[in-house]
Design a protein around this ligand. Structure first.
Ligand SMILES: C[S@@+](CC[C@H](N)C(=O)[O-])C[C@H]1O[C@@H](n2cnc3c(N)ncnc32)[C@H](O)[C@@H]1O
Length: 501
């Protein structure tokens, strides 16, 4: 039986503004708290086909689907349906706008049936959609009413200029997120709304200054101010909770480090020269900077380890370390990944190849994971020293994206030399940058690589060429848009000869 849910909200703003802004699909990430991206795929007459991508849900899952909608300004109605139906048999949506004395009544009618294979029941889906629709409508109301107030004061305002203005606030927004993270606000409001004075006391903040930061955060959907002046968490703020899997707290901490903020301040230098901005901005390359500022270096190591752990299980599902007898992790950091691989492969041994300065710090991790006796620790330089030649699996995780093609080739060739004519596999754990205009965090990570390390994130065709030049071929089909495993084997012959960048 199809389920029908019907939600309505009154928006105190002019009809034209409500109609125009809610039908500007490309602007939905600024209007809904749940969408990270809205990509227009096609305009066809009055209809628009588009892809929506959500922010990660509390389980860290990002949802994405294609829909099509047809607004009819004459009747102030919109018909829409999902083209990629996901868990639904079908999902049809009708929006109605009605002018009332106190504003515009915006009504959403959603009709759907849930697939029999869906893990969520129809009742569960009804509850979830009803809850989320109410949250989204309340947020949209708040945003539109605030835009209407701005428009009344400053003229009609251009929606696109407003959005650009919003984007140019990015530096300030990142600082607001960092402040919320440092003060632990999301943890404090996790159990329900709290007043500013209480939040200030609990977090050790100045009440008025905290209010101003919270108000700013609420204006972009990270917190919400209630009519009684208390603040509550929104789904976005939930991602800053310290007790959540896939918490974004470590990233917020990293983004605020001086080596990031100062280097990004010199992004234009990198754009002009193609070189990292670190020497211009920090006075040395990044590794030297970490030696001179060990607190920043430790933060970098810690956050890389935290984030790396997010996906260890998924990556190991792809690697299947049980297949191998001896696994080398080249540039393996403190050994978390190798240790997790060896725990899955109790009969295997491992080699951790790292810079000599890192090797003395790896034992605690390996010991804590109970694999210390099975791991040979080798200090060396992967550009100049021979790599272990007795392994049947080699891992290069988050190493190659920090290097330009020429230097990445040297590392790959060193692995290829170590393998010789043996039957061994190479696992490159990296991002594969997605094509088109799609939102992809890798496109920003790529700028980190440019500005900080002189490296780059690569598309799949770029990976194939790079690997091919070094005597490897891909044997799997890695996904795009997230960290993934590229499984490679020695190629029959090296056909690709394009010049390295
Ligand atoms: C971004 S970290 C990745 C660490 C680990 N693979 C992970 O995924 O957490 C890059 C690692 O490469 C190591 N490294 C950098 N240059 C190296 C070199 N010339 N020889 C050996 N290791 C190196 C660094 O010490 C660092 O641990």
């Amino acid at each position: 039986m199809p389920v029908r849910i019907d939600n309505q909200i009154l928006v105190n703003a002019p009809m034209d503004l409500v109609w125009e802004h809610t039908n500007d699909v490309a602007g939905w990430p600024d209007l809904f708290t749940e969408y990270a991206a809205a990509e227009i795929l096609e305009h066809d007459g009055d209809s628009v086909t588009f892809r929506l991508t959500t922010h990660p849900d509390p389980d860290g899952t990002v949802w994405s689907w294609v829909s099509r909608r047809t607004p009819d300004p004459a009747t102030r109605t919109v018909r829409a349906h999902r083209i990629e139906t996901g868990p639904f048999e079908f999902m049809d949506i009708r929006w109605e706008y009605r002018q009332e004395a106190a504003g515009v009544a915006m009504r959403w009618i959603q009709e759907f049936a849930v697939k029999r294979t869906s893990p969520i029941t129809e009742d569960g889906m009804r509850d979830r959609l009803n809850r989320n629709t109410a949250v989204q409508m309340a947020h949209i109301k708040q945003v539109l009413e605030s835009r209407a107030r701005d428009g009344a004061e400053h003229g009609p305002g251009d929606l696109h200029a407003q959005r650009l203005l919003y984007l140019t606030c990015g530096l300030r927004l990142a600082a607001v997120v960092t402040a919320l993270a440092e003060l632990g606000i999301a943890d404090l409001t996790g159990g329900g709304p709290r007043g500013v004075a209480e939040l200030a006391e609990l977090s050790g903040a100045h009440p008025d200054a905290l209010y101003r930061v919270l108000r700013c955060a609420a204006s972009v959907g990270i917190m919400a101010e209630l009519p009684d002046g208390r603040f509550e968490s929104t789904p976005l703020a939930e991602a800053l909770r310290s007790d959540r899997p896939f918490s974004l707290l470590p990233l917020a901490e990293l983004s605020a480090q001086p080596f990031v903020t100062m280097s990004y301040g010199a992004l234009a230098y990198s754009v002009r020269t193609g070189q990292p901005a670190t020497t211009a901005a920090l006075g040395s390359d990044i590794w030297r900077h970490f030696e001179d500022h060990p607190d920043e270096g430790e933060c970098f190591d810690r956050v890389m380890t935290d984030l790396g752990r997010w996906e260890t299980d998924r990556h190991l599902d792809a690697v299947r370390p049980e297949r191998f007898g001896r696994i080398a992790d080249i540039g393996g950091g403190h050994g978390h990944f190798l240790a997790a691989a060896l725990r899955r492969a109790p009969d295997a041994s491992g080699v951790l190849f790292e810079q000599p300065g890192v090797i003395p710090r790896v034992d605690p991790t390996l010991a804590a994971e109970g694999v210390l006796e099975r791991v040979l620790r080798v200090g060396g330089d992967f550009f100049t020293d021979p790599l272990p030649d007795d392994c049947d699996a080699y891992v290069l995780k988050a190493v190659l994206h920090g290097l330009p093609d020429g230097r990445a080739e040297r590392v790959l060739r060193a692995v290829r030399t170590a393998i010789g004519d043996r039957d061994a596999r190479l696992f490159v754990v990296e991002q594969v940058v997605s094509g088109g205009n799609r939102w992809d965090h890798a496109k920003f990570l790529d700028l980190d690589m440019l500005v900080l390390f002189g490296g780059r994130e690569r598309r799949l065709d770029e990976w194939r060429l790079l690997l091919g030049r070094c005597g490897f071929e891909l044997v799997n089909r890695p996904g795009e848009g997230h960290w993934t495993v590229l499984e490679c084997r020695p190629a029959e012959e090296t056909g690709e000869t394009e010049e390295p960048r």
